[in-house]
Design a binder for this molecule. Structure first.
Ligand code: G1P
Length: 293
């Protein structure tokens, strides 16, 4: 069965980036010149997703406008013959009807945000992308996962090994390796303190989920941080069907974290020939100046 729909929880308040996010959606913060959310939407569309489901909230209007035409801007770029820019802003608007919006009325957690999309997803397996996790790779991580899904026919979470003292930032798996880059999950726990974690294999924000997950999300049990956690619902789902972890190929940046966000900017900027040399020279200069002081 084809994965046609992808859910993007984008209702978060972005408190870690205040004051930048006081009047602006955190998903609109740019990595070089593209908002974080656009990287994730492009990844999904590249992987063949047909419907983008945004679970949004108050103050996210810019997000909706970003994926729509801006006639004034397009006209002005056309008049000024800025054809490359015009093409870019036109091309980022998916075909009408591709994006569907629903709202999460209360900030009750990631699990709750996904549950808000239940009627739009319906009774089919679907993807979840957390835009904060920006992954630099040749083949979109979601399409890497879809290839595994074709064979495994079960829920899959993208995973990577993290430092042992970082487990309290992630959903952590207890899992057995079954083949190259694939593990079978035995248990999972949301944000366990270092020392209590079953491993250092952490969930990164890409999932393929079977629709049965909605049953467990609907129980609205609160977990870590007093929130309704996706990891807890998956742990329940695991009692009724298998779940796998997939060690993806690519470099992941945590754009929900200030340092990770800056690293993403540097890594993506370094790929751009028009920025690379200037940036490298500047970083060396700053480094030397700081060493002197
Ligand atoms: C969420 C999930 C967590 C996962 C993480 C990946 O946490 O709850 O299981 O490991 O995303 O980025 P959050 O970062 O929203 O706190």
């Amino acid at each position: 069965m084809k994965i046609r729909k992808a859910v993007f929880p984008v209702a978060g308040l972005g408190t870690r980036f205040l004051p930048a996010t006081k009047a602006m959606a955190k998903e609109m913060l740019p990595v070089v010149d593209k908002p974080i959310i656009q990287y994730a939407v492009e990844e999904a569309l590249d992987a063949g997703i047909e419907q983008i489901i945004f679970v949004t909230g108050r103050g996210k209007k810019a997000l909706e406008d970003h994926f729509d035409h801006s006639y004034e801007l397009e006209l002005s770029l056309r008049n000024k013959k800025k054809n490359d820019l015009l093409k870019q802003v036109e091309q980022l608007v998916p075909e009408t009807g591709t994006i569907v919006y629903t709202r999460q009325n209360e900030p009750l957690g990631l699990g709750h945000a996904i549950w808000c999309a239940r009627h739009i997803v319906g009774d089919e397996p679907f993807a979840v992308l957390l835009a904060d996790d920006l992954i630099k790779t040749k083949q979109p991580v979601l399409s890497q996962m879809m290839q595994r899904f074709d064979r495994l026919r079960a829920s899959i979470a993208a995973v990577m090994e993290v430092d042992k003292d970082q487990t309290d930032k992630y959903g952590i798996l207890d899992a057995d390796p079954i083949e190259d880059n694939v593990v079978r999950v035995r248990g999972m726990v949301e944000k366990p303190p270092p020392g209590e974690a079953p491993s250092n294999l952490a969930i990164i924000g890409r999932y393929i989920l079977t629709p049965e997950i909605f049953h467990f999300l609907g129980k609205k049990k609160t977990g870590a941080g007093g929130e309704i956690q996706l990891t807890d619902a998956m742990e329940q789902l695991l009692k009724t069907q298998p779940i796998f972890g997939y060690k993806f190929e690519g470099t992941r940046f945590d754009c929900g974290d200030k340092a990770g966000f800056q690293m993403a900017n540097i890594a993506f900027a370094m790929e751009r020939p028009e920025i690379r040399e200037k940036l490298l020279a500047f970083i060396r200069q700053v480094d030397q100046e700081q060493a002197r002081n």
